[in-house]
Write a protein that binds this ligand. Sequence first.
Ligand code: ADP
Length: 188
Amino acid sequence: MRLILLGPPGAGKGTQAKILVEDYGIPQLSTGDILRSAIAAKTPMGLAAKEVMDRGDLVSDTIVNGIVSERLDAPDCKPGFILDGFPRTIAQAEALSTMLKEKSMELNAVVEIKADVDVLVQRVVSRGKEAGGRADDNEAVLRNRLEVYNQQTAPLVKYYADKGQLKSVDGMEPVETVTASIKAAIGS
Ligand code: ADP
């Protein structure tokens, strides 16, 4: 199963990805998580990404495309993977398409988790206030992340719909209901 989870910050991509990882035995590839590990480890890539991420802007396509291409070559991705937070721009989607062709891999589906903006703001701001919360989960940065999403990432909905690969689920339902909708949408 090769899956992309698409949706605004706080829609529940990470939560759903973690459940699907357990159920399907395939890894979650979260570019956000990989970048946050690089920041924690103070690698050159992490140092370059930190400021951009703290503002809620997008890290360069070159960096994230490289992360994903390398990650897809790991043996645990052989049976499949769940992409969470990538692609985030049309250019990244085009790069992904090229990568997958080169690696002889095919996507099974792109699942859009639809969410209501006001609920997202509440969800994410309370996530930021929790112990160990993320630096970019405060209201001002979140507003920027939502704007970046609307401008750069939302066009992917049409992009994948035009390719006939898009499935949409309602992300405002309880977690288990969203999981069931995703499984129904991908037909397994
Ligand atoms: P969320 O979905 O809640 O916004 P993520 O963990 O997916 O959180 O991403 C956090 C930040 O990491 C983004 O705001 C961005 O700066 C950076 N990032 C993650 N994935 C990408 C990507 N594919 N392209 C560019 N930047 C990315």
